[in-house]
Design a protein. Structure first.
Length: 274
């Protein structure tokens, strides 16, 4: 049977209740190792059957130093465990020294040491240690974290994306900004496509150009592009101001002019066909 330690972050004020194990059934550390905890109630039963408080120490002194006869002072005592949404939480009576260490941020993380069998299933908790080298970062452990969770929930709703950290907020803002820029570029490009300056087949390329150059620069470029705008202009065939002595219609005269033949030549060919 082996003993292993994981970690959870502590808030800025030493809390009465702390999370000591995340929810199962699968628990994975930052270093890649994993265990199972199928029934957290069994762990609580094992603690209650011991009939003694569980120690919280510094840097797992009870597991590493005490067996060698070295000093391993307590930082606090756990007198109650309970299950919350599959997680195991502990009620702690902190020592004055430990409270000051937590409040001054000398220690930021809480690391539970637990026993597991050959199948890597957690079967009991051995102790909990204050540490600054976490393996598994769990939920922060004071009211400020609860307020922070509410804050991230409100931000997530406002942005339409799941956000739970500063990095996530930056990513969400960048994503929304990029989407807004793309929408703006598409509106500008569609305007010039509808005016026959560009073709629909060019849209993706033009949107990318508009986003990279900026709307103002793109509009300057597009405004100086003739494109297919000539197709929007009506063509007028001038009517003859002279009397039609050849007996040709205005359309026939226009055809003669466009192909470069005289009315006489046109009539000569027309009469031969007849």
């Amino acid at each position: 049977m082996s003993v292993m330690a994981l970690c959870s972050e502590i808030g800025e004020i030493a809390p009465e209740w702390v999370q000591v194990l995340p929810s199962g059934p699968f628990i994975k550390g930052v270093d890649g190792r994993s265990w199972t905890m199928r029934d957290p109630k069994l762990i609580i039963e094992a603690f209650e059957q011991s009939n003694i408080p569980m120690v919280i120490d510094y840097e797992h002194g009870q597991e590493l130093k005490a067996p060698k006869g070295e000093e391993a002072p307590a930082a606090g005592w756990i007198d109650k465990l309970e299950v919350r949404d599959g997680e195991i939480w502990a009620r702690v009576d902190w020592t004055e020294k430990a409270s000051k260490s937590i409040n001054s941020r000398e220690y930021r993380f809480l690391s539970p040491a637990f026993g597991f069998n050959s199948e890597k299933e957690i079967i009991y908790m051995s102790s909990v240690g204050l540490t600054n080298k976490p393996n598994l970062v769990m939920q922060a452990l004071n009211n400020r974290q609860e307020e922070s969770s509410d804050k991230w929930s409100r931000i997530s709703i406002a942005l339409g994306k799941n956000v739970d950290s500063d990095d996530g907020l930056i990513s969400a803002l960048n994503s929304n900004h990029s989407a807004a820029k793309k929408e703006e570029a598409e509106i500008v490009v569609d305007k010039f496509i509808s005016n026959a300056v560009f073709t629909p087949a060019q849209k993706d390329f033009l949107v990318a150009c508009c986003r990279s150059q900026g709307v103002d620069e793109f509009e300057k470029f597009a405004s100086n592009t003739v494109g297919l705008t000539y197709l929007n202009k009506e063509k007028h065939v001038p009517k003859s101001t002279k009397s039609n002595v050849h007996g040709l219609s205005d359309l026939q005269i226009a055809v003669c002019r466009s192909v470069g033949v005289s009315p006489e030549q046109f009539l000569s060919v027309k009469n031969k066909e007849v």
